[in-house]
Design a protein around this ligand. Structure first.
Ligand code: ADP
Ligand code: F6P
Length: 319
C-alpha cells in the first residue's frame, strides 16, 4: 500500500471531518501517501485530487460538514463513469480508497472494489439507516440538534397552549424522530416503520388538556411526511391550535458531538490499518460498542430494524 485516497459522498454528516483527519494522520504515521478527492465521485471522475499532509487536516476535528466537499454523481452510477473513476485512481497511483458516506456511496465503493481497487467504507449519515451497524457517524449529533430544537419549541408551545408538529430528517428511517422524540419528552412520535394512528394522537391531546397540560409535541419523521395534513386533522378533531416546524438541513450541520468524533477517529484509523493489511471490500460499523467490519455487500443489503423497545417505552411514558 503506497497511496491511499479518500472521498466523502452523499449527504454530509457531522464527524466526516474527524474521520478525514484520522485517515490522513494514520496513513502519514505509517509512511503512506494520502490523497484527498474533492466532491465525492464527481470529483473522482474529474480528477479533482490533491496530496494531503499533516497540516491539511489541522483544526477540523470539531467542525461540521466535510472539508473535502460532497456531491451526488449520476455519471458514476454508469459503467462508463465507474471506469473513468477507476482510471483516474490508477493515474494518481491510488491503490487504496476510503469512502465516507451512506448506502448509496457504499454501492459505488463496491463497484470500484470489484474492479480491483482496495476499498473500505465508513458509514457517515445522520439518518442511521444502515442495518449492519448500531450507529452511523453524524446520527447522535443530529439527534442532539433536533432535541435542542424540540425543547425550544416546547417552551413556546407551553406559553401559548399549542400543539407543535416537528418534522425531522431521516429519509425512510425513523431513528432521528424516535431518538430525539424520546430525548426531548415528546408526547407523540410518528415514524414510517409504524402505522399512523391519528386517533391515538388526538386522544392524548384531549387527555392532556383535561389534566391541565399546556404543550403537546409531535415529532414526525420526514419518511411519513404530510405535516400540514396531520396538522389540519388535529385541529379539526381537538380544536387545539397546531403549528408545524420543519427542521430541515439544520440537522446536518454543527460541531460533531464527542461520540461522533470518537467513532470517526476509531473508524478512520481502522480503515487505514485494514488497507495496510491488504484487506478490501469491507464496511466498518459499531456493534455493542466495538468496531466491526462486514463485506460492503452485506452492509448495503441488511435492512435496518427498528428499536422496538425504545418505541414501546416512548408510548408508555407519554400517556
Ligand atoms: P448516500 O451515500 O448518503 O446514501 P446517495 O444515495 O445519494 O447518498 O449516493 C451518493 C452517490 O453514490 C451517488 O450520487 C452516486 O454517485 C453513488 N451511487 C449511488 N448508488 C450507486 C450505485 N448503485 N452504483 C454506483 N454508484 C452509486
Ligand atoms: O441522507 C441525509 C439526508 O439529510 C436525509 O435525511 C434527507 O432526506 C436528504 O439527505 C436530503 O438531501 P438533500 O441534501 O439532497 O436535500
Amino acid at each position: 500500500m503506497n497511496t491511499i485516497g479518500m472521498l466523502t459522498s452523499g449527504g454530509d454528516a457531522p464527524g466526516m471531518n474527524a474521520a478525514i483527519r484520522a485517515i490522513a494522520r494514520t496513513a502519514i504515521f505509517n509512511g503512506i501517501r494520502v490523497m484527498g478527492i474533492r466532491s465525492g465521485y464527481d470529483g473522482l471522475i474529474n480528477g479533482n485530487i490533491y496530496e494531503m499532509n499533516v497540516s491539511s487536516v489541522a483544526d477540523i476535528i470539531q467542525r461540521g460538514g466535510t472539508m473535502l466537499g460532497s456531491a451526488r454523481s449520476e455519471e458514476f452510477k454508469t459503467k462508463k463513469g465507474q471506469e473513468k473513476g477507476f482510471n483516474i485512481l490508477k493515474d494518481f497511483g491510488i491503490d487504496g480508497l476510503v469512502v465516507l458516506g451512506g448506502d448509496g456511496s457504499f454501492k459505488g465503493a463496491e463497484k470500484l472494489s470489484n474492479m480491483g481497487i482496495k476499498t473500505i467504507g465508513i458509514p457517515c449519515t445522520i439518518d442511521n439507516d444502515m442495518g449492519y451497524t448500531d450507529f452511523t457517524i453524524g446520527f447522535y449529533t443530529a439527534v442532539e440538534t433536533a432535541s435542542d430544537a424540540i425543547s425550544k419549541l416546547r417552551d413556546t408551545s407551553s406559553s401559548h397552549g399549542r400543539a407543535n408538529i416537528v418534522e425531522v430528517m431521516g429519509r425512510h428511517c425513523g431513528d432521528i424522530a424516535l431518538f430525539s422524540g424520546v430525548a426531548s419528552g415528546a408526547e407523540s412520535i410518528i415514524i414510517p416503520e409504524k402505522e399512523l394512528d391519528i386517533e391515538m394522537i388526538t386522544n392524548k391531546i384531549k387527555r392532556g388538556r383535561k389534566r391541565g397540560k399546556l404543550h403537546h409535541i409531535i415529532v414526525l419523521a420526514e419518511g411519513v411526511g404530510k405535516p400540514y395534513e396531520i396538522k389540519e386533522q388535529i385541529k379539526e378533531i381537538t380544536g387545539v391550535d397546531t403549528k408545524v416546524t420543519i427542521l430541515g438541513h439544520i440537522q446536518r450541520g454543527g460541531s460533531p458531538c464527542p461520540y461522533d468524533r470518537l467513532l470517526a477517529t476509531e473508524m478512520g484509523s481502522k480503515a487505514v490499518k485494514l488497507l495496510i493489511e491488504g484487506r478490501s471490500n469491507l464496511a466498518l460499523g459499531t456493534v455493542g460498542g466495538k468496531i466491526v467490519s462486514v463485506s460492503i455487500e452485506e452492509a448495503v443489503s441488511k435492512e435496518r430494524v427498528l428499536n422496538e423497545e425504545l418505541y414501546e417505552i416512548s408510548g408508555e411514558i407519554s400517556i
